[in-house]
Ligand binder design. Structure first.
Ligand SMILES: *Cc1c(COP(=O)(O)O)cnc(C)c1O
Length: 439
């Protein structure tokens, strides 16, 4: 149940006809359903309720301020991986006391920003990072609440590019070195070693790698406590997968995940932190795009749409599968064709699906690319000088633009000709008729 469903032959987001949004805002545009955001957050929170969890939504999955604020009202904290995400989460109303700062490459400035804001915890990933954090904290006269992200050397059995918990991945402190590094870090005056963190990857469709990783974390906690370190928090990361609609992706129910947590680390008496991203926002969003034209080749039929890989990178980056449906509901028994759905970008990987069975589509038809709420807009770029795609949040029959389309003029306004080439940028101003066409 993702709250994108047909009504009277039209695809709606909750109580809003997607055609209305396309007319008003233009395409391409991301549309998110508040009801789905809330539902997924509550399903997870309910499954974990007995553990009194701290759920820190992983902002990198979808950093829109309206999405973060919606989840913050539900009680979510935030997991951030940059100074920019920290600023956004605070602006969205997430209290600093519920923000975890993660990431493999924090700068000294970002550490200072996090400490000044008073975040719940900073997850460090290497010895040099711990040393730098210690220096920054000492300079500010505070003790940094820090957890070490360990790499449990567990294969998450997910896509290679989103696996993060194997020894050869760049993430976390190597399992075999964790004990020694904790002992060293405990001696640094600027650090308050509060916990252990782990995150083994994304789009996991099986709980057993979680179990394996959590068991190793449990062993580590026992060892650290025996050394006299009072480990108080366990950050178990994110990674729960979602169904994308292609065959073979069954995902574990949150209750199974909760059981794995209880049975492995439930009795340690630690505050448990979770960092779900995809499972909350993934199916809460679609990318709405318009068919520009149908291009008949001798062996394939291409449906050229106005969204490109710059707007939704996952298919090009991971070979990810997204369901594509027509906003105007197809007639049962109508003609179905096998088509390739492609974008306008000058890259062969700019495709949203090949050999897809679609009802007969015509120029101007609207298509919805489903399950695009996570790592969609967040990874968008302006490649091919295409303006960053806007976002709309729906709540019942209400809807609002929560991220405006960045205009070509705005993109140009921040560019400068170097003095030796003159200063007349006005000469390359976009004609209004062209600029206006994309909404
Ligand atoms: C990406 C990430 C998450 C969120 O992962 P999902 O698969 O979206 O749940 C959580 N924690 C860390 C440290 C991450 O890097």
């Amino acid at each position: 149940m993702d709250h994108f469903a047909y009504r009277d032959g039209r695809l709606f987001a909750e109580d809003v006809d997607l055609g209305v949004i396309a007319e008003a805002v233009g395409t391409p545009v991301y549309v998110y359903a508040t009801a789905t955001l809330r539902r997924h957050y509550r399903v997870l929170a309910d499954a974990l309720a007995a553990l009194e969890p701290t759920i820190c939504y992983a902002v990198k999955a979808n950093g829109n301020i309206g999405v973060i604020a919606t989840l913050a009202r539900e009680g979510a904290g935030a997991d951030v991986v940059s100074g920019g995400e920290l600023t956004t989460a605070l602006a969205a109303g997430v209290p600093a006391s519920r923000i975890v700062f993660s990431g493999v490459g924090k700068s000294a400035d970002e550490m200072e920003q996090a400490l000044r804001a008073g975040v719940l915890q900073i997850n460090a990933e290497s010895e040099p990072e711990l040393e730098l954090l210690d220096q920054v904290a000492c300079r500010l006269g505070v003790r940094a609440p820090v957890a070490l992200r360990v790499n449990p050397d567990v294969d998450a059995h997910t896509h290679d590019k989103i696996s993060t918990g194997r020894r050869e991945d760049k993430f976390g402190i190597e399992w075999t070195a964790a004990h020694r590094i904790y002992a060293r870090a405990a001696a640094l005056p600027g650090l308050d070693l509060v916990g252990v963190a782990v995150h083994i990857g994304s789009q996991l469709t099986d709980v057993s790698p979680f179990r394996e990783a959590f068991r190793r974390v449990r062993d580590l906690v026992a060892m650290l406590r025996a050394d006299g370190l009072p480990i108080r928090t366990l950050d178990l990361g994110g990674g729960l997968g979602i169904p994308y609609g292609n065959e073979g992706t069954a995902v574990p129910p949150p209750a199974d995940y909760a059981r794995a947590v209880v049975e492995t680390v439930g009795d340690l008496g630690c505050r448990l932190i979770f960092e779900p991203g995809r499972m909350i926002v993934g199916n809460a969003g679609i990318l709405l795009t318009r068919v520009l034209r149908i291009k008949e080749g001798s062996t394939r039929t291409f449906v050229v749409v106005d969204a490109g890989m710059n707007d939704l990178l996952r298919p090009a980056l991971y070979g990810a599968w997204h369901e594509v449906v027509l906003v105007r509901e197809a007639q049962p028994g109508g003609e179905v064709r096998e088509v390739d759905i492609v974008g306008p970008i000058c890259e062969s990987s700019d495709a949203f699906g090949s050999g897809r069975k679609l009802p007969a589509v015509a120029d101007g038809d609207l298509l919805a690319i489903r399950s695009a709420g996570a790592y969609g807009r967040a990874m968008a770029s302006s490649y091919n000088a295409r303006p960053l795609v806007p976002e709309v949040l729906v709540d019942g029959s209400a809807w609002a633009v929560v991220q405006e389309r960045v205009s070509v003029e705005a993109m140009l306004a921040s560019q400068r000709l170097p003095p030796w080439l003159g200063s007349d940028v006005a000469a390359v101003r976009v004609a209004p008729a062209i600029a206006g066409r994309r909404g």
